[in-house]
Design a protein around this ligand. Sequence first.
Ligand code: UD1
Ligand code: MG
Length: 477
Amino acid sequence: MPRANKHQPRLPKIAIAILAAGKGTRLKSKHPKVLHEVGGKTLLAHVIAAATKVVPASDVFAIIGHEADRVRSAVAASSIGFVLQQEQRGTGHALMVAREALAPYDRVIVLYGDAPLITSQTIERLRDFHLSKKAAMTILTARLENPAGYGRIVRKKATGDDVKAIVEQKNLTAAQQKIHEVNSGFYAFEAKPLFGHIDKLSAGNHHGEFYLTDMAAILTQAKQRVVAVQARDAHEVLGGNTRAELSEIDQYMRTAKCRQLMDQGVTILYPETCVIDSDVEVGPDTVIEPSVQLRGSTRVGSDTRIGSYSVILSCEIGDEVLVQTGCVLEHSVIRARASLGPYSHLRPGCEVCEDAHIGNFVELKKTRVGKGSKANHLTYLGDTEVGEKVNVGAGTITCNYDGVSKHKTIIEDGVFVGSDSILIAPVRIGKGAYVAAATTVTEDVPPDSLALGRARQIVKEGWAKAKREKAKAQKAK
Ligand code: UD1
Ligand code: MG
């Protein structure tokens, strides 16, 4: 494709500014507002995810202030830029502070770090509308049943695109109170008129703040075009200012997530009881039972079943896996056709291979269980390598910790570990060996041998009967 030449207009350079400097007083929290979570991610991370689908991360700037260092390090991995707004003197002031970073761009889109339901599609719609109308400022609006608290949009004509002003709640006339179209606080600006006129903002209002909303009237008076476009889904503009609002947004997000998965062929029983984070992926024909949590970056394959009350954090689960009721699985990999639970606990760093079975009250930590192996009851395996087709009997325990360091246990292919065995690491049980029930294994067991280490049984015939008779005789005295 030929590159743009001087006869073709070049594509505008667009920056996205995310206002995220506020404290969030109404949350009554020691954590900064934008680091509160909904849908399993911080508010700010959701907004960054949407923004970076529209422009490269290097063109996204978060305006941070309250607890700036914490906010910066929480989202550092996204490699966006940051601008420090030391003192928060209003939404207009936030852009004044960011002038140096943003002025080199042709257009600036403004989003809020506490409004996480915004989608990349809506940002693109705002951008495209803004460019097609050749406007200096385009406001994303929403129609709300209850517009109280929001700035209202005063259009020049009821049916036209052009806007005269944004009027904040406190300054509404009686007639303006009836307006249901509200300011989302998201805008697209042409950078030149924005920064050419931004110094006209004054802090002579109720709060002594520089309101970005005043730019609508300032630009209109300067004969610049200001237009508005309404969001298709009013939810997208909701902000999390209170715990109740955070919970509403969280619920909205999770309901939408369940819908999306169901549309992709996943069966979810009683979806309103399930907690599924936004980044989770699930394959078709998988069944998710009631009250399941799938969190973090969990990926589940097809034809798998996840039992009720299971909590799964950032795991990779294959196809045709059965996770029965009440499993807690963290940062682990479960391969195809494996079966877990009820009540299995996989701590971080485990791999359960194809066709393996991990049963009730079995805890694994940093342990790999090979193909077709079984640990079905009441077992702890830590720092252990289990080969293929191994049977680990009920109540087997690895002693992987000597009070100072952790040590490895290796159980090679085809081993049979009898019930109630204690494997004191470091130790290796060779291929095809047997460990007799209730053995304490302290030394390596060679392949194909039997390890037997328990006290020899003594039987005293008639002992119990004699004891009973003696007791009876004493009572009769
Ligand atoms: C703003 C709009 C209002 C709109 C509403 C939508 C103004 C004056 N009003 O009101 O018309 O209906 O949003 O939610 O803009 N922030 C900074 N630095 C500051 C001040 C704020 O980064 O100095 C950030 C806040 O952290 C927040 C966002 O900007 O994420 C909005 O600020 P906020 O004070 O909540 O504005 P609203 O009063 O809600
Ligand atoms: Mg607000």
